[in-house]
Ligand binder design. Structure first.
Ligand SMILES: NC(=O)c1ccc[n+]([C@@H]2O[C@H](COP(=O)([O-])OP(=O)(O)OC[C@H]3O[C@@H](n4cnc5c(N)ncnc54)[C@H](OP(=O)(O)O)[C@@H]3O)[C@@H](O)[C@H]2O)c1
Length: 281
């Protein structure tokens, strides 16, 4: 496993992480207390950790903080980088603190490495939320502050209201089929300002692993790297886009997670990267 510095934290984390968003039905069932957590999902995250992945992403929304809790219960906490997210209806200071304490409880840990705002709120000024985020850092509840689904203008606004601590990362949809953050300048802004980018939907929600036919750019690359898999091409392509990019493919079953952890079994050549410019959804 390769490790690289995560934003301005100075801390090295695995080049790929693990995501724990499953699906809307799972979220609803968890909210209604109709479903517990599932051993297969817990084992998937455990396998990732055993194979060197130390960056784990969850959110209060997903109903999977307890999956992470169970997966990390027998691991060395300080070697892990646990990221969770506050939902937009919890961005007023008192609600944010309560949401953070709830997440800590569900995660079974005394601190969150990266606390992210899941989506910007149209109702709560970002300065209010960030003031409380900074207090949470000062109180030792969270180590670093992140954002997610903030466009470039909102990212700049969030950065501008920080008083004591910096925003170390954003989390955005980014994959071979969705290059919006390259086109709208957000990726460059993050590079220039030392912010990490957690790439969600790195496999285009699964579309990138099921490429059929022999004529596509992906098929040609697979042909030239014996044993390569589309999932590895998709992850390596993201990693080639910048030192600050960290793909977080979903971890719901061990075999896939173990396969994903072997993404660095080969490197994309310049020729491959040229071919991938032509890939379309
Ligand atoms: N910030 C946000 O608003 C936001 C939004 C969405 C997602 N996220 C985060 O990003 C993470 C990833 O997004 P995602 O889960 O929606 O999409 P994804 O990782 O792009 O794709 C997930 C799909 O790929 C499959 N997959 C994973 N590894 C595979 C492999 N080696 N071979 C074949 N199939 C494989 C998964 O199947 P299996 O499950 O069967 O392995 C699943 O069907 C989430 O889990 C979440 O943490 C954040």
């Amino acid at each position: 496993m390769e490790y690289k510095i995560f934003g301005k934290t100075g801390q090295k984390v695995s080049s790929i992480g693990m995501g724990t968003y499953y699906d809307p039905a799972f979220i609803t069932a968890r909210k209604l207390h109709l479903k517990g957590i599932n051993k297969t999902n817990v084992d998937a995250v455990k396998s990732g950790i055993d194979n060197g992945i130390n960056l784990i992403d969850t959110a209060e929304l997903y109903g999977t903080e307890e999956v992470v809790r169970d997966a990390i219960s027998d691991k060395e906490r300080e070697k892990l980088f646990i990221a969770t997210k506050a939902f937009p209806n919890h961005l007023k200071p008192s609600k944010l603190r309560k949401a953070c304490l709830r997440s800590l409880e569900k995660l079974g840990t005394s601190y969150i490495d990266l606390y992210q705002i899941h989506f910007p709120s149209p109702f709560v000024p970002i300065s209010e939320t960030m003031k409380e985020m900074e207090k949470l850092v000062d109180d030792g509840k969270i180590r670093y502050i992140g954002i997610s689904n903030f466009d470039l203008a909102k990212t700049k606004e969030a950065v501008s209201v920080m008083k004591k601590h910096e925003i170390v990362s954003t989390q955005m949809s980014y994959n071979l089929f969705d290059r919006d953050i390259e086109e709208n300048g957000l990726l460059n802004y993050c590079k220039e300002n030392g912010m990490a980018v957690l790439a969600y939907y790195p496999l285009a929600h699964g579309k990138l692993v099921n490429i059929k036919g022999t004529d596509s750019p992906m098929a040609k690359i697979i042909e030239s790297h014996k044993g390569a898999k589309p999932v590895h091409v998709a992850l390596n392509w993201l990693l080639s886009r910048g030192e600050n990019v960290f793909p977080i493919p979903r971890a719901s079953r061990s075999d896939h997670v173990i396969e994903n952890s072997k993404f660095d079994s080969y490197t994309l050549s310049n020729e491959d990267l040229d071919l991938l410019k032509k890939i379309t959804s």
